[in-house]
Structure formats: C-alpha cells, structure tokens
Design a protein around this ligand. Structure first.
Ligand SMILES: [Zn+2]
Length: 406
C-alpha cells in the first residue's frame, strides 16, 4: 500500500510546550510514523492529504471507558438485558464515533460478557474502524459489591484467584478491581473499601503472575490507600470519599505514598462536571472540594491522566475532547498539561509510552489534525480535520482531501 503523507501541518508532539510554527510533512508507512520534516521527499510516492496549517497532535487516549454500556440507559438492570448481538452492533458505532472524534486509544475497564475483547481484536486486525483497545473484562469485586452483576464477585481468597485467572484466560490486557463500592450499585457504598489489604494483595499477586497491570476503582480514601499499597498501577476516580461525599476525606500522607510508588490517578472527569455550578454560576462545594483534591495531587507529584468513564449514564463514548477543558479547569491545568494527560502521559500509564502518544518517527501513527492550536485553546479539539489510527485514515473532512501521487 502507498505510504500516507500529511502535508502542510503544524505539530504538537505530545510533550513539548508549544506547537511548531513552520509547516511540515508527516510520512506514514504501514502503522508507523516514518518521517517528519520539511524535505519534499517525505510527500513523494504517497497518498497525500493537504491539511493547510492544521495542527497535528497525537491521537487522544481515554484511559477509562465501558464500550458495552449504553449511556442513555440509567439502570444497570436494564443494561444487562440488552441482547448481545444488539450490544455488539452498538459497540461498533461507539468505536467509530470515538475514533472520528480523535480518540485513537482507549482502555475499557469492565463489562460482563467479554464482548469488548472481540471488538478489540476486530479493530486490531483492521476489520472495523475504532480506537486501539486495552480491556479488563470482569472486574474483581465482592459477591454483592460494586458491579457484581458483571460476574466478577469473589468471597474468598480462592475465588479472587479464580476471577483474575478467568480474565487472563480470556485474554485480558488489564485486571480491574473494585477497591471500593460505587455510585451505581445499590448494595455497595462508595465510601467503604470492599477488600482488606490481604485480599487486595491476592488480586495483585494473581494479576502479576499473569503479567497484567491492575487498575483499581477507588472512591473511599481507605480503598485508595489499600489499593496503592498493594501495587496497582492506576487509581480510578480517586475521589477521596467519606460518607459525607466526594472530596471530603483527602489524605496527603496517602498521596505522598502514591507519589513514591509512581502510580497514576485516572480522574474520570466527564463533561457533566462542567455544569456543577449554582443558579448564579458560582462553583458548588463539590467543585471546590474536587479542585482541592486535584491540586493536592499535583503538589505531591502524583500524575493525573484523562479519562471519562464513558458509557455511564449521560457520558457518551466520544466525550473526551469535550471533557478535557473541564478536566483542565478542575485540575488547574494549562491546556498543554491537559493534552499531555490525554496523550504521552496517559500512554506511559497504560504501558504504551514507547509506542503511542507522541508524534515522533517510529511511533504508531495515531494522529489527530485539528483546525486551531489546542495548546492555546483546548476547544480546537472539537474542530477535527483528519484522524489517522494505526496508520489508517479514520476520518478526513472534504476540505482536507487532496490525494494523488507526486
Ligand atoms: Zn468505570
């Protein structure tokens, strides 16, 4: 197949503090970035896409989604009765929408039927368009704990081992554990830890034996502490919850320990967080508390990565570009910091830091071209001109079309 050449582009490479001024060419061969620069040869003998000053950045990474969940369904019971063939068709549409919005990698953190594993494999083989997926399958939980209806309930040491091994046998990329209760499961409480240190240690031992990193769903502060000390790689939500609510039990000692262990907080800030203001437009106490938590994480040098928990009620699968400015507002991020949290830093957390998340020769050609400079203004992410995922064009707006051989 002819190489692809994106011409006339400015580049934000995933790390640096600004976008290049000059117009460059990115040459793509197979699924890799083969060359970047001004040399005319980079555009020769290639399918050319003239992007006329658009800014190319690494494709975005959403570190926490649920492909099988329908965001328009409010109760878990109703999700569970959707027939599998219907879920599969809906997932194909969600994957397409994600990649067209510029999300070229996503980590799926739980479902009950492993349907997302098959979707992952079909995307990887090029059969259908979509983001590269990393999947976790059934999360380990307690018998009546958070999302027990997905089949990962475990009441003993042996059952914990069985649940983890079942995911590994199915071909999981990650192991997910529900370290605390959750908002969506009536029988559980977000402010309570679900596993003690011994049980959590068994989750990690079994996952490590299979060579899989662990992501822990954590609202309760006690759960954050237990999961971190057991050795998880990412702490999901990390909402420092007590019975008084999110952000009411921030613990700096735990944060300092997290920093020492070099793990990441996957913040799951969705666009709805941008509407938590009162009638006068003033931030609610929730906003103040969560801002303080993110600020504390930054002060203690625990890196944050972007994620949306897409699939939960009201959060669409392609929400990340819209969520990033909201996330930046909560985290006190400059636009470029939010962009790193959704590209290079997220790739590091997901174990893909040498493969994607940067515009650099040798990296996977996961690229997003937008109409403005997102380093100046994150709203530019909504003006998508072209998306390339694993070297394949996933979207090209008509104005960007200018193909042909030189
Ligand atoms: Zn989730």
């Amino acid at each position: 197949m002819l190489p692809l050449a994106l011409t006339g582009v400015r580049i934000w490479d995933g790390c640096s503090s600004e976008t290049t001024r000059e117009r460059l060419t990115i040459r793509i061969h197979g699924d890799r970035i083969a060359g970047v620069g001004t040399a005319p040869e980079l555009a020769q003998e290639a399918h050319r896409v003239e992007l006329d000053g658009a800014v190319v950045l690494p494709g975005l990474i959403d570190a926490h989604v649920h492909l099988t969940l329908d965001p328009s369904i409010r109760s878990p019971d109703e999700q569970l009765v959707v027939p599998s063939d219907e879920v599969v068709r809906a997932m194909e549409v969600r994957a397409l929408r994600m990649v067209r919005a510029g999300v070229t990698t996503a980590r799926d953190l739980g479902g009950g039927r492993w349907l997302e594993f098959n979707l992952r494999d079909r995307i990887l083989s090029g059969e259908i368009p979509g983001p590269r997926l990393l999947c976790a399958g059934q999360p380990v939980t307690t018998p009546t704990g958070h999302c027990h209806f997905w089949g990962g309930g475990a009441g003993s040491e042996e059952e914990i081992r069985q649940v983890v091994r079942r995911q590994i046998d199915r071909g999981t990329d990650w192991v997910k554990v529900m370290a605390s209760g959750g908002v969506m499961t009536r029988e559980s409480r977000a402010s309570d830890a679900q596993f003690d240190a011994v049980s959590m240690g068994i989750v990690l031992e079994e996952a490590n034996r299979g060579g899989r990193p662990v992501a822990a769903h954590c609202h309760a502060t006690s759960a954050i502490r237990i999961a971190s000390q057991a050795g998880v790689r990412t702490v999901e939500h990390c909402s420092w919850s007590s019975p008084e609510g999110f952000g009411t039990a921030l613990d700096r000692e735990v944060l300092r320990d997290m920093a020492r262990r070099e793990l990441w907080i996957s913040a799951t800030v969705n666009p709805g967080w941008g509407r938590r203001y009162d009638e006068q437009g003033r931030p609610t106490p929730f906003v103040h508390r969560m801002r303080a938590c993110f600020e504390a994480a930054r002060q203690e040098c625990v890196p944050l990565i972007a994620s949306t928990d897409a699939g939960i009620p009201g959060v669409e699968h392609d929400a990340l570009p819209e969520a990033l400015p909201v996330f930046a507002g909560y985290a006190g991020f400059e636009p470029v910091e939010a962009l790193r949290a959704a590209t290079s830093e997220s790739a590091n957390a997901l174990g893909l830091g040498k493969d994607t998340g940067r515009v650099e020769v040798g990296f996977r050609a996961d690229l997003l071209a937008v109409g403005g400079d997102p380093v100046m203004d994150l709203s530019a992410l909504r003006d998508v001109r072209c998306v390339v995922a694993a070297g394949q064009k996933a979207l090209e707006t008509p104005s960007a079309e200018n193909s042909g051989r030189l």
